[in-house]
Design a protein around this ligand. Structure first.
Ligand code: BYC
Length: 334
């Protein structure tokens, strides 16, 4: 039987026009679904791959306090990845399939994580600049048109704010230290500034997805709008910190009420996105090894679930009889 799609499309368009949320139970155009799978999966992969550059420093953090903070932050990134994979699953695709697509190079992750962390200072710079850029990009996504994605973003943004502050606090502590420490901060900021600007994606004129994603309310601002917001937010913070941002063209433009700034090296950006950045091969090899090493856990969990189904056990491994027994005991205790 042929289903008339027109009323479904109308309902979808009305929801978007009214700034309401599309939920998993709602009809949606296939291209809307595919665009979300692409963006949310790329976001999830970025969180998981993003654990690597900082995780590299957990065993070498300079104090117990710094180690505990870094450990917590990296664990938060794992959590963000899981919320986002769960949101993507509501679009009808499994986490396993998404991971396979990443490992086979069919899906991307953020360019920023293909740069190395050469000193512990980079943990602070990543918190300040990378998480700072992430917040700029992600706060508007709390209002994205797809419900599960927007709700995941609310929690993620709260944690990202904490991450940004811990980075800034780390750098501020170093800036109050020795000349050598101040030089380390400047050197690290010099390396991360341009890659952080590239996180927002290509310029609007070279961004094939922005127009449609804005029309659908998936993205709420263009790449260039958010990049500008990030620069304007970061300049006063750099001043308070006492570091120089490595851009000779950076200056306040009175007329625009915003900062002018130089052009990132877009050839470098596309090279990194296509897999030729300094750490792409290393990041993917590490991710693949972790996936392969975890195979036995997935297999054991699946075998357990299948067995539990066949004997009617619940998630805690209790049979129906045991559950009834427990129930009877609980009732007796009342
Ligand atoms: N890196 O048409 P465009 C984090 C791709 S996690 C790599 O503008 P769109 C954190 C783009 O996918 C940060 N690829 O695309 C974690 C597209 O290729 P495809 C991750 C990029 O989607 C741990 C092509 O270039 N955040 O913060 O409209 C520790 C053309 O681009 C990049 C998110 O994922 C890039 N930077 O806009 C610390 C946020 N930029 O897919 C921190 C959610 C573009 O057509 N995502 N490409 O083959 C978004 O907001 C958007 O997807 C983007 C790109 C703004 C990134």
């Amino acid at each position: 039987m042929q289903v008339d799609q027109a009323p479904l499309e109308e309902a979808f368009e009305a929801t978007i026009a009214g700034n309401d949320r599309i939920e998993p139970r709602d009809w949606m155009p296939e291209k809307y679904r595919q665009t979300l799978i692409r963006q949310v999966a790329q976001h999830a992969h970025s969180e998981i791959i993003g654990m690597q550059p900082e995780g590299n420093w957990i065993t070498r953090a300079p104090s117990l306090r710094r180690k505990a903070v870094l450990l917590a932050k990296v664990q938060d990134e794992a959590g963000h990845g899981l919320y986002l994979y769960s949101a993507t699953e509501t679009l009808g695709i499994s986490r396993d399939e998404l991971t396979r697509r990443l490992i086979e190079g069919k899906q991307k992750y953020s360019s920023i994580f293909n740069y190395p962390t050469l000193s512990y200072t980079d943990v602070g710079t990543i918190g300040w600049l990378v998480d700072g850029a992430a917040i700029c990009n992600q706060v508007p996504l709390c209002r994205t048109s797809y419900g599960p994605y927007g709700r995941a973003m609310i929690r993620i943004c709260k944690e990202e704010s904490f991450h940004q502050r811990q980075g800034y606090e780390l750098l501020m502590t170093m800036m109050r230290g020795t000349d050598e420490q101040r030089a380390m901060v400047q050197e690290s900021v010099d390396r991360f500034w341009w890659p952080a600007l590239m996180m927002f994606g290509p310029p609007d004129g070279d961004s094939p997805n922005t127009a449609q994603s804005m029309a659908w309310g998936i993205k709420r601002h263009t790449n260039d709008e958010l990049r500008q917001r990030f620069v304007d937010m970061t300049v006063p913070q750099a001043k308070a910190l006492g570091v120089t941002l490595p851009d000779p063209e950076l200056q306040w433009n009175e007329e625009r009420g915003a900062h002018d700034f130089g052009e990132p090296d877009w050839d470098e950006f596309w090279a990194v996105v296509k897999g030729n950045g300094p750490c792409n091969a290393q990041r993917m090899a590490h991710r693949k090894a972790a996936y392969d090493d975890g195979a036995w856990v997935r297999e054991a969990a699946m075998a357990f679930a299948a067995r539990a189904d066949s004997v009617g056990r619940d998630a805690e491994g209790r049979s129906g009889e045991e559950r009834t027994g427990t129930k009877a005991q609980e009732a007796g205790n009342d």
